[in-house]
Design a protein around this ligand. Sequence first.
Ligand code: FAD
Ligand code: SF4
Length: 511
Amino acid sequence: CRRLVLVLGDQLDADAPALEGFDPAQDRVWMAEVAGESTHVWTAKPRIAVFLAAMRHFAQALAARGWTVDYLRLDAAGNPGTLGEALAQAIARLAPRELVITHPGEHRVLEMLREAARGAGLPLEVREDTHFFCSLPEFAAHARGRRQLRMEFFYREQRRRHGVLMDGDQPCGGRWNFDAENRASFGHEGPGLLVAPLRFAPDTLTQEVLDLVEARFPDHPGSLQDFSWPVTRKQAREALHDFVTHRLPEFGLWQDAMWTGEPWLNHSLLSSAMNLHLLDPREVVAAAEAAYREGRVPLASAEGFIRQVLGWREYVRGIYWMEMPGYLERNALGATQPLPAWYWTGDTAMACLRDALTQTLRHGYAHHIQRLMVTGLYALLLGVDPKQVHAWYLAVYVDAVEWVELPNTLGMSQYGDGGLMASKPYVASGKYIQRMSNACKGCRYDPARSTGEGACPFTTLYWDFLIRHEPTLKNNQRMAMQLKNVQRLDDAQRQQIAARASALRHEGAAK
Ligand code: FAD
Ligand code: SF4
């Protein structure tokens, strides 16, 4: 063929730059399912399934246009198991004159494909990914000359540049940010009656994928019994409409709240559809803004949601590509503890962690505060090697693609980059979890206690963290309040905390 257009599992957009100028008479699309992408981290079943099901539906949609798709199935005879080798085989078979791809979402994959192209002596044209509001050169221009990057400044620049939630040159409502109104908890009453989010029962094609994943990866974590993620563009658009209608109105208020047994609350559940490129962030932002302008959604909710998509999502991508490949190796706090084995099963007596882990393995989903302030926080306090934490997050979530997962995990949640993503480590004791959820009520531990019988492991490890890292953090103004309390601890208290923290580390490592 003339041109071989490479389409990866997270590039499922018929308008992707790589497909521009596609001539069905002489070009081909190449897509490949390879086991290596599910085993380089021990990928959970829901994540494998969401990628494969969406890829197969996309290939079907392209074929329905009359385009030839050279599609390698996971169970095809002779499947070599890695993207690089699969591409080399396709090149040998199809003898293309050139290769074209939209910029991949993972540095490792880009390098692997470049290597395969080099090996075949073929040019690989990498086209800028227009899925994002902010191109990589634009982000580099934003970062240039700044001593410190901060999401808030980037976000305001994006609002102005794209005219989002603006009244003339002023932000709607006279404020850029309604963050302070996004931190409510459910108190004792709980979230009340929630409208269940729209879920999508597997069709025949998806069911085939679910059977394949069970057969091929039986010992991988997670379960497929509830699989109902959107895997087509049509479903993704329905999911967007469902969110804007039913959950966006109260999204802002309950953004940070948690409740056991309630995985979805007011969240959008749109991250996997966006990260697979079934949904364009522009249409997502436009739908939220329109709902506000039509009076269906309060400004604090629309702004809170848009900040995540137009702000955080674009910002972390910029950081990833600016910092890779070195970013993966960063470990500012020198953390070396192994990830407790029960992260892969949910088998722990800590009620908050059990709830967050169980729902993660069952659905491939947890919302931001569960990821940051429950699973992420515990790993940070325990002192787990950030690379191991990263491998877990990349493996278990249906929305996990490295450009977004790595800065959130290694940077925001583990402080592994020493303050590039977050201006201070996100550390808190069990009391934070008590305030934001009902988990502590059903737990054998007491969030108010750091030592002695029934002390909450979060609370013990919180104090231990502050004691251990006091020398590194003492110049950080934003840590001053928290560190001041450490100075009040006497030697006996410090020793008890250290002893219990050490026991928790041994338990974590032993399981
Ligand atoms: P909502 O709460 O409804 O938020 C709306 C959208 O905003 C999301 O769909 C997402 O696209 C975007 N968003 C929100 N927060 C962030 C953020 N911090 N960074 C980037 N985008 C954001 N998000 C992923 O998409 N993939 C990941 O692999 C991922 N890993 C994470 C790991 C850790 C340790 C943490 C703390 C966060 C991670 N996030 C990741 C960000 C965030 O938790 C998820 O985007 C969100 O929970 C997805 O659920 P939702 O679609 O219901 O989000
Ligand atoms: Fe989690 Fe501690 Fe509360 Fe138990 S007491 S649910 S471990 S924060």
